[in-house]
Design a protein around this ligand. Structure first.
Ligand code: UDP
Length: 369
């Protein structure tokens, strides 16, 4: 299970891919799968063995110029490839490392183990790799939503064995928990970045008078104090926050909390009347969506990416094609039943369901080799 060199598994707060690996591995092991994790030394997830190069996550390095950080992924992948070739008994590699994981594992020989590479990101990236990809009958990919895979370049889509929706441990037993007490605030949960549309959310909050809380990092900065200490930055998300979001953050109508870690994160979302998703990109998998449902909070957003697959309009949230309709839909969300959201999460987004689906794909991939 290759989780890459960026963050430990589980991550401390923010970390979409690392959270999913931490969610997937325990039920896989319960199903009898032995898991060797390739990650950083500070990972605490219980596994059968750990392959590691870096003692700590290298996420902060991403802010440095390319020629200073371009050894990080190769160093990690080098260790992964060696482990795959030298260790006996690896039946399959489940890889989550963007671009480099797919490329290096596909470059191994026909006698090396089969690979399932999960695509967690926007598939318009890396057109040179995805547009000509050839897995040699040994390397296959899966998406995290139907929408995402349907937009993939043809050569990549030809390697797809399907999709697996994301899951959250919060979905376990969600149908047996008491629905949460609701406050009046709305939350946007996620990295502050143009694709997640925080600029739209903050503008609507002021124009239409609703309380909005933003949770998530701005680039590598996890708190308002950490960001305030930086005068100049080349990070595009820092520029986005400063130019298009911060002018609306008045600490009253709109607040930015920085990264909020569980359990405070889950309490914040559970107490919200809705999670808002004014997306500006085709959200591929949307962990924040399944987490919101699991704690009894409907999602109101633009009908983009995976949202129509995860949200049942009128029952577990509302979707629209127009920003202008979002405020009315946020008001209507107070009429939705939180228990309905929790039941949906318990039915569709549990870790054991995700693990069973991946095991099915592992078998499918192994049988194709
Ligand atoms: N997250 C968090 N605290 C924050 C912001 C985000 O714990 O302040 C978590 C969020 O709950 C989710 C993950 O980080 O589990 C982000 O994954 P998602 O698929 O929603 O977005 P991505 O960043 O991968 O596009």
């Amino acid at each position: 299970m290759n989780a890459g060199p960026w963050l430990p598994v589980p991550p401390d707060g923010y970390g979409g891919i690392e959270n999913i690996v931490a969610t997937l591995v325990p039920p896989l092991r319960e199903l009898g799968v032995e898991v060797v994790l390739a990650s950083v030394g500070s990972s605490t997830l219980e596994v059968d063995d750990l392959v590691t190069v870096f003692p700590e996550g290298q996420f902060r390095q991403l802010q440095r110029p390319y020629n200073q950080v371009n050894g990080v992924v190769p160093a990690h992948q080098h260790a992964v490839v060696r482990a795959v070739r030298e260790r006996a008994g690896i039946d399959l590699v489940h890889d989550h490392v963007e671009a480099a994981g797919l490329a290096t594992l596909a470059a191994l020989g026909p006698d090396d183990p089969p690979v399932l590479h999960t695509l967690h990101w926007d598939l318009h990236k890396h057109p040179e790799l995805y547009g000509t990809f050839d897995g040699g009958g040994r390397v296959w990919v899966n998406g995290v939503s139907v929408d995402q895979i349907s937009r993939a370049p043809e050569a990549l889509r030809a390697h797809a064995v399907g999709h697996v929706h994301l899951a959250t441990p919060l979905a376990d037993g969600a149908d047996r928990r008491r629905p949460p007490d609701k406050g009046d605030h709305v939350v946007i949960m996620g990295r502050i970045t143009p694709g997640k549309g925080q600029d739209v959310g903050v503008r609507l909050a002021h124009q239409h008078g609703f309380d909005l809380v933003l949770a998530g990092p701005v680039g590598p900065y996890h708190s308002p104090a950490a960001l305030a200490a930086v005068s100049t930055s080349d990070n595009p998300d820092v520029a986005y926050y400063r130019e298009r979001v911060e002018p609306y953050v008045d600490g009253w109508r709109v607040r930015w909390l920085g990264t909020v870690r569980p359990p405070a994160r889950d309490d914040l979302v559970a107490g919200a009347r809705a999670v808002l998703a004014p997306l500006r990109w085709s959200e591929p998998g949307g962990t924040f969506v399944v987490e919101a449902l699991a704690v009894g909070t409907p999602v109101v957003g633009l009908s983009m990416g995976c949202l129509p697959e995860l949200i049942d309009h009128g029952r577990t949230g509302f979707l629209t094609d127009s920003d202008d309709e979002l405020p009315d839909l946020l008001a209507a969300a107070t009429k939705l039943d939180p228990s309905e959201c929790m039941r949906e999460a318990a039915r569709r987004f549990t870790p054991s369901l995700m693990a069973a689906r991946y095991l099915e794909l592992y078998r499918q991939v192994a049988s194709r080799c």
